[in-house]
Write a protein that binds this ligand. Sequence first.
Ligand code: ZN
Length: 304
Amino acid sequence: MQPSNRKISRRDVLVGTAQATLATAGAAMLQPLFAGQSQANADEPVIWDAHTHLNGTSGTPEERVANLLFFADRVGIQRLIVFMGYPFLQDPSPEQVRQQNDQVMRAIDHSDGRVLGFVYLNPKHTDESLKELDRCVRDGPMVGIKLWVAIRCADPCLDPIIERAVELKIPVLQHTWRKATGNLPGESTTSDLAALARRHPNASFLAAHVDGDWERGIREIRALENVAVEICGSDPTAGMVDMAVRELGAKRVIFGSDAGGRSYASQLAKVYGAEVPDEVKRLILAGNLQRLLQPILSEKGMNS
Ligand SMILES: [Zn+2]
């Protein structure tokens, strides 16, 4: 089903979410989302979502991305980074990787410029990954790399891929998680990412999910200036964004949702509910991602 593109009360959704978050944190009253702005005519912040998927909805890539954008409109998200097709494949073959990236490129084509793509790679297949990088980034529309759980990212097989990412001036977003029940064999933690980032000081990394165990994850990448945290994918917990800003600085914290696996609103609440200045929220919601993507966007003649 294709929902109509009716703009609804975005502010009601956001205020409700922020209110719930603040209530959880024990705050006595709801503050405006951005200080000095009235509820009635506040300027909406620019929001880019660094982490979305074509999963969690149904239909063709075109129908799926229309659905993602319909709900993005409800909460004022202007641009989405989409990666990985469907179904999710933990250890895809090179052919499956190409098929998934083709799905994402169809979504990009159908988005009026609102969707940017990161190329999904399986680093176990290093040579094929380098070819896919060229196909989707150098010769295609994509502007970053997404790595998931095929192999832990400290493995040396990633090195040629990261070197090529530096040449192409694109960031690398790596899933990081630490499960209480034990990780998948190829699932990286922030400790793995720190080892990779240490070997590649000129590359730019995003630690997706901040390890799940974010208090530990923030500490594990703290010394690596070339690693930012991307905050998607867990329940909105008071203090997460606050700690990331305190320990890493405002420029190393980036908003992402993991939609459709997570709701936009619950993930935005992490930012809106944080006790950080408005200018910091603006960096987290869009400014930092825009800065990271600026080199590749200007290379491709795309605006930010
Ligand atoms: Zn994800």
